[in-house]
Design a protein around this ligand. Structure first.
Ligand SMILES: *Cc1c(COP(=O)(O)O)cnc(C)c1O
Length: 391
């Protein structure tokens, strides 16, 4: 008999895998006396550009993906009040960034299988005021970028890709984030590459990126490293009313080594994904759709659907039971119109986007972190089986 009084440790959802190299680099950064935006951020930008196969001048590091989305839309010069079409199955930051850029979010429902924005729904949502499309590569699965780019060309729309889940994602041999005018990445603690808080802007146009970079640091014409570095004091000029969105060297110190292991960690999550697929098959839950041919899935989230009619338990009951088994889970996401702010501000109701509503009410994300051991995966699988068997 197992000793019931000894509780297993809580399995934290999305725990990052931090190596000794990150720890040493953070220490070296602290000892260098340069904590703010400086040489480590510049190195991280060069490494990231190389990873995504673009020029260094096509990327700018910032302190979050939310900031990246916001300044991208400002830098794109989209006139205030214009409409931006995005998905209802996303984190609130996607929609909030549109609002902060002075633009109007318009939702287009997702495909129930891929959980990504449906190109037909985008077309149906276009009005004379539409200026941009903001697709989210949900869970790391690429959106249908061929169709989305065709729609954008036809209607002369800006495309900003939310790549918060998609730092490794590819569609038909091309990297996610390089199709549109901008790709915006997140290095938040639960994401595939971690800096604590952090983000990256990738832009097709170097001029757009230069403007985004300036907007991310108060609208100043020179950043601090160039003012206080070893090249002698340089005056700066404020040429726009910008924001305080710059990444610190302290953050880049973590990111440099995370990025060096991005492939290794991806491989690890792919193996976890395949184990879940094999070991959860046959249970009365819907597993994530298999990755599409000629794409590379980012394997950021492993989402299963809890249909109470099939499972004999509600989604929220399932979350509670997993928590009681000391396993952290996530919900990605309750659809955006479930939240009172958007209902009040825009009059949205979840029923208007039924696929996102249904997914959002049934979805559960199981832990999928390269920090997990085989025993951790066993625990998750056992707990899912036990909860579903009602014992
Ligand atoms: C995490 C996330 C964001 C925000 O990223 P931050 O770096 O935390 O600002 C935006 N969009 C999606 C889809 C996300 O998952």
């Amino acid at each position: 008999m197992p000793d019931e009084s000894v509780q297993p440790p809580f399995l934290v959802f999305g725990a990052p895998k931090i190596g000794e190299q990150e720890i040493a680099e953070v220490e070296a950064c602290l000892r260098s006396g340069w904590l703010g935006t400086g040489p480590r951020v510049a190195q991280f930008e060069r490494d990231f550009a190389a990873w995504r196969g673009v020029q260094p001048a096509q990327v700018a590091a910032v302190n979050s993906c939310t900031a990246a989305l916001h300044v991208s839309m400002v830098a794109a010069g989209i006139e205030p009040g214009s409409e931006v079409i995005t998905t209802p199955l996303t984190f609130c930051a996607t929609v909030n960034a549109i609002i902060h850029a002075g633009l109007k979010p318009v939702l287009a429902d997702v495909d129930p299988l891929t959980q990504n924005i449906d190109p037909d729904a985008i077309e149906a949502a276009i009005t004379p005021r539409t200026r941009a499309i903001l697709p989210v590569h949900f869970a790391g699965r690429p959106c249908a970028m061929d169709r989305i780019m065709a729609i954008a060309r036809k209607h002369n729309l800006i495309v900003i890709e939310d790549c918060a889940h998609a730092v490794e994602t590819e569609f038909h041999g091309q990297n996610a984030g390089t199709f549109g005018d901008f790709g915006c990445y997140s290095f938040y603690v639960t994401k595939n590459v971690v800096t604590g808080e952090g983000g990256m802007i990738l832009g097709r146009s170097e001029a757009h990126v230069a403007r985004a970079r300036m907007l991310a640091l108060h609208g100043m014409s020179k950043d601090a490293w160039h003012r206080f570095g070893d090249q002698g004091y340089k005056h700066y000029q404020v040429v726009e009313c910008g924001f305080k969105y710059n990444m610190m060297d302290l953050q880049a110190a973590i990111g440099l080594h995370q990025l060096a292991r991005v492939g290794e960690n991806w491989q690890c999550r792919r193996e976890l994904w395949q184990r879940y697929d094999a070991e959860l098959a046959g249970l009365p839950i819907t597993l994530p759709a298999a990755p599409e041919a000629d794409t590379r899935h980012g394997y950021h989230l492993y989402t299963v659907m809890i249909d109470p009619a099939r499972c004999g338990i509600s989604r929220d009951g399932f979350l509670d039971a997993m928590n009681a088994a000391r396993i952290g889970t996530g919900v990605h996401y309750l659809s955006v119109p479930e939240h009172p702010y958007y209902q009040q501000q825009f009059g949205w109701q979840p029923e208007q986007w039924p696929n996102a509503m249904q997914l959002g009410r049934q979805t559960v994300s199981l832990p999928l972190s390269p920090a997990m051991s085989d025993a951790d995966v066993d625990r998750v699988v056992q707990a899912v089986r036990k909860v579903l068997s009602g014992s």
